[in-house]
Design a protein around this ligand. Structure first.
Ligand SMILES: Cc1cc2nc3c(=O)[nH]c(=O)nc-3n(C[C@H](O)[C@H](O)[C@H](O)COP(=O)(O)OP(=O)(O)OC[C@H]3O[C@@H](n4cnc5c(N)ncnc54)[C@H](O)[C@@H]3O)c2cc1C
Length: 229
């Protein structure tokens, strides 16, 4: 299907939000957490890449959130698009979605790995006030805390939701957590081993967190993850 770019804007250095619609559809049906596949001809080669949908379902629109990978193919190409340009999209795909019945959960993301959680959280929190949810979100710098205002607003509205950003390169005025997400996983899970832990980001982080959870005694069925590379 053709997806048409409506808007693209920088939301952090080297990270853009893309709003698409699908003119041939009235409703683009997907489950928050799923991804679309984009296929384009870049430098004469057909390139296909997956991107998590970063927005909840809304008519025929969907959003992506991308960082530009230096020397990459698809991400620098998408950064050159202008409103009105179209791309070939397929989907939705993927099983990185809330398990049913919902459980108390810890969500762990780094960088643009936050995209599926941004799609998942509003409906999840609106549906169920009894389940505790902690979002542990790691980036380098404070200005790269994507969707910070939205997560802080969700934390104010929902006492069962905790937003824990952590920075690996905090400025002198940063009052919050510092270091990699791995340094905060133990505190986020506490003594519970019956939580569902959702993890999204690059392989190194995902594998590191999974190994840590395993060493803490988590069953692998409790770890639900999406690797970007
Ligand atoms: C299910 C799924 C969902 C994804 N969702 C997103 C998303 O929402 N946003 C997003 O930015 N990317 C996402 N990705 C990664 C995306 O598919 C591409 O791999 C990425 O945009 C790089 O593609 P490229 O052609 O520009 O670079 P390539 O030439 O393909 O890659 C160059 C290098 O970049 C690394 N890489 C891949 N993704 C990233 C990244 N996000 N940040 C830094 N390095 C990376 C790879 O390890 C590779 O070594 C997702 C991947 C999968 C499998």
């Amino acid at each position: 299907m053709k997806a048409r770019l409506l808007e693209s804007r920088e939301i952090a250095p080297e990270i853009r939000l893309f709003v698409f619609d699908i003119p041939d559809l009235q409703q683009f049906l997907f489950v928050p957490g799923q991804w679309v596949s984009i296929e384009e001809i870049v430098n004469g080669e057909t390139v296909t890449r997956a991107y998590s949908i970063a927005s909840p379902p809304a008519g025929n629109r969907f959003e992506l959130c991308l960082n530009r990978v230096q020397n990459g193919y698809m991400s620098p190409y998408l950064f050159t698009l202008h409103p009105g340009d179209t791309v070939e999209a397929r989907g939705p795909f993927g099983t990185f979605i809330w398990r049913e019945p919902p459980n108390d959960s810890v969500l762990i993301a780094t960088g643009t790995g936050i995209a599926p959680f941004r799609a998942m959280l509003p409906s999840r929190l609106a549906r169920d006030a009894s389940r505790q949810v902690t979002l542990l979100f790691g980036v380098r710098h404070e200005h790269s805390l994507l969707y910070r205002d939205e997560f802080e607003a969700l934390a104010r509205e929902h006492p069962n939701f905790r937003f824990w950003p952590t920075l690996t390169r905090p400025g002198p005025d940063w009052p919050g957590r510092a270091g990699r997400v791995q340094e905060h996983v133990g505190e986020a899970v506490g003594c519970r081993r019956d939580l569902d832990v959702y993890i999204c980001g690059l392989k190194e982080m995902v594998d590191g967190v999974r190994a840590m959870l395993k060493s803490l005694g988590f069953d692998r069925k409790r770890m639900i993850y999406e690797k970007y590379d």
